[in-house]
Design a binder for this molecule. Structure first.
Ligand SMILES: NC(=O)C1=CN([C@@H]2O[C@H](COP(=O)(O)OP(=O)(O)OC[C@H]3O[C@@H](n4cnc5c(N)ncnc54)[C@H](O)[C@@H]3O)[C@@H](O)[C@H]2O)[C@@H](O)CC1
Ligand SMILES: Nc1ncnc2c1ncn2[C@@H]1O[C@H](COP(=O)(O)OP(=O)(O)O)[C@@H](O)[C@H]1O
Ligand SMILES: [K+]
Length: 466
């Protein structure tokens, strides 16, 4: 069982194409189903620790995996039963079902078990679950102590993360690759903890789960997405090579203060706070805002938008920021003021859902929408939320799975903007800087645990810098 960190994410269509290519290369669908079912059985056997198991099998290949797993668990000596929503329909599922020699209970009358394995529908689900399937699924899920989904919980939209009747599971065993539903809400919540079971289908994708930073030596050995890097000072570093970040302050001073402190704590060598105000930290360099102050060629990133306000004066500050021709992180109010056709290529935009819809509309799933917005603007888009999607104009996407729901507190977005500014000013390209900032932000939140405030989060960035 492999964690999702850095793994490719494939849509149902991409997964089918990868599976077909594997079959053309000589591996039969039965072999793939065998590997899937055996892998699921090994994991379930370990998780069940001797408790009784009921496997719910659907009509397609997800159900086929269930029958294979049931036969394998029986061979392992587990107390396993099968309940089916109907007869197997796909040819491979028919062959798999023939290998299960025990009784098959009707789903509607199935007795509960301590361990529920949900193999009703996988990536092939094409419409919401009918009541006659959803009702017994939920009844059996409520009665079980542990709920394990095969590939995806039955009743989620694999590509868009919609919930179409699924019962919430504790563990999802994803076959070969992550699917968007494992990361995108609300389906991700129905998945519980997601672990991968490899089944020997080579997969490539432009979409990956955001990976943790890996130490230098381990990078080539890990067969995952390019890992993120956190820029670290060397013996010859000085404050400007570590990155100078200018933060444009506006009417709501606290927000830009948070961004400034976050930039410092994320590792910037020099943070220039352009606005009124005084007080600690003493290392923060404060200057009144002027267009001239943004002309300093050493500035490696300008963060504009946190607490900026939306009046004519702040619009001029945004215009001056755009005219400075320095790398930009555009957040908050600046996302409401900006004309999307004037966004300089190479900028990083950090919209939450509302800001994103205002700029780019709402059509399509979150990954597709974000990728399209990046291609349209030439900017890296960090589409925030419990399932933050980061898209580059060239089509690369990473999705951050593990945040912390405690991030849903005022000011945490300002902290993120500052952290990304620090990464960009240190020389990372916009996509890498966005990924590094989002990772630092999530890691700091997880470290803090419950009920922190944005000020704590900014401070905690130092501790997860590594
Ligand atoms: N992609 C791969 O490499 C592999 C995939 N396998 C499994 O195959 C699954 C995909 O299999 P399928 O494409 O057969 O699809 P599913 O098994 O997910 O379900 C498709 C079947 O359910 C029906 N159906 C769809 N929505 C329904 C609804 N709401 N109510 C009632 N019936 C509905 C369809 O008409 C079809 O008969 C994966 O999730 C995975 O578990 C494995 O068997 C092995 C390898
Ligand atoms: N439920 C949640 N789970 C995980 N992360 C969340 C959740 N809610 C918000 N976040 C994260 O918290 C930050 C909030 O940013 P934003 O909405 O701009 O807030 P603010 O403007 O108050 O700073 C974003 O990084 C977002 O991804
Ligand atoms: K399933």
């Amino acid at each position: 069982m492999i964690p999702l960190d850095g793994q490719p994410i494939l849509t149902a269509g991409e997964m089918r194409a990868a599976e077909e290519a594997t079959m053309v290369a000589g591996t039969s669908v039965d072999t793939l189903m065998e590997r899937a079912g055996e892998g699921v059985a090994v994991a379930v056997h370990r998780l069940a620790a001797g408790a009784d198991i009921v496997i719910l099998c659907g009509p397609g290949n997800n159900g086929g995996d269930g029958y294979v797993a049931a036969a394998a668990l029986h061979r392992m000596g587990a107390a396993v039963r099968v309940a089916a929503s109907g007869a197997p329909a796909s040819p491979a599922a028919v062959r798999a079902a023939a290998r299960w020699h025990g009784p098959v209970e009707a789903l509607a009358q199935a007795e509960p078990a301590t361990i529920l394995v949900d193999a009703l529908f996988g990536t092939g689900l094409s419409r919401p679950l009918a009541d006659e399937v959803a009702a017994p699924l939920h009844r059996l899920a409520r009665a079980a102590r542990l709920r394990i989904a095969v590939d995806v919980p039955s009743g989620v939209g694999s590509d868009d993360g919609a919930v179409l009747g699924a019962a919430t599971c504790d563990i999802t065993l994803a076959l070969e690759a992550a699917k968007p539903a494992h990361l995108l809400q609300p389906a991700a919540q129905a998945c519980g903890t997601v672990r991968l079971i490899p089944i020997g289908v080579p997969v490539v994708s432009h979409t990956h789960v955001l990976s943790s930073p890996l130490p230098e030596g381990e990078r080539d050995m890990a067969c995952v997405a390019p890992s993120i890097t956190l820029p670290t000072p060397g013996p010859n570093s000085h404050k400007y090579t570590r990155g100078m970040v200018a933060i444009v302050a506006g009417g709501m001073a606290g927000a830009s203060e948070l961004a400034s402190i976050a930039a410092m704590r994320a590792g910037a060598g020099y943070v220039l706070h352009l606005g009124e105000g005084q007080g600690p930290p003493h290392a923060l360099v404060r200057k009144i805002f002027s267009a001239d102050a943004l002309q300093d060629a050493r500035i490696g990133a300008i963060v504009v938008g946190p607490g900026l306000g939306r009046d004519d004066a702040t619009r001029r500050m945004l215009d001056a920021s755009l005219a400075a021709h320095r790398p930009l992180v555009i957040d908050g109010d600046a996302l409401r003021l900006i004309d999307p056709t004037t966004i300089p290529a190479g900028s990083i935009l950090t919209p939450h859902g509302g800001e994103f819809s205002h700029l780019f509309g709402q059509e399509g799933d979150k990954i597709t929408r974000t990728r399209r917005a990046a291609a349209q603007t030439g900017a890296v888009i960090v589409h925030k939320g419990p399932d933050t999607v980061i898209a580059a104009p060239d089509g690369r996407v990473t999705v951050a799975g593990e945040g912390s729901p405690w991030l849903s507190t005022a000011g945490t977005g300002d902290v993120l903007a500052g952290a990304i500014g620090a990464m960009r000013a240190a020389g990372l390209d916009p996509f890498a800087a966005a990924g590094a900032g989002v990772w630092l932000h999530g890691a700091a939140a997880r470290r803090l645990g419950p009920a922190f405030i944005a000020d704590d989060l900014a401070d905690a960035l130092s501790a997860v810098r590594g």
